[in-house]
Design a protein around this ligand. Sequence first.
Ligand SMILES: [Zn+2]
Length: 159
Amino acid sequence: MVTEADMRHLRRCVELAHEAFDKGEEPFGSVLATADGTKLAEDHNRTSGGDQTLHPEFELARWAANNMTPQDRAGATVYTSGEHCPMCSAAHAWVGLGRIVYVVSAAQLTGWRDGWGAPSAPVRPYPIQEVAPGVIVGGPVPQFEDEMKALHRRTFERG
Ligand SMILES: [Zn+2]
């Protein structure tokens, strides 16, 4: 279930995706929040420098491992504009983080990109639970779908 508090964090993820786009990055943004909904950290994609592993979900998993107790990590939620890729799903599970809520699923994004004739990603778009079966997952969230689709379209057209 996606709550009103979840929607606030998801809105921030979409804003971070716009910020990333404006900086020439791919439009993905993520927020890490405690069990009571307090935001601890946020990030967006930083892959334009050539390191394709600099996804926000991966950075937040690292941040959580370095700054949170295992108990707090288990109760935390990671919000994200696009479903975790397998690398980030694995990192999330390895550091023992809790729930994930995403706006757009990997299947949706892959379907859009295929429709636009974009090259396919080098990693299969497995759903989070294929990689990390113990993680509770919410999404997609249709309220932000059109906005994210338009942003990804602009990113594709920018090349
Ligand atoms: Zn990723």
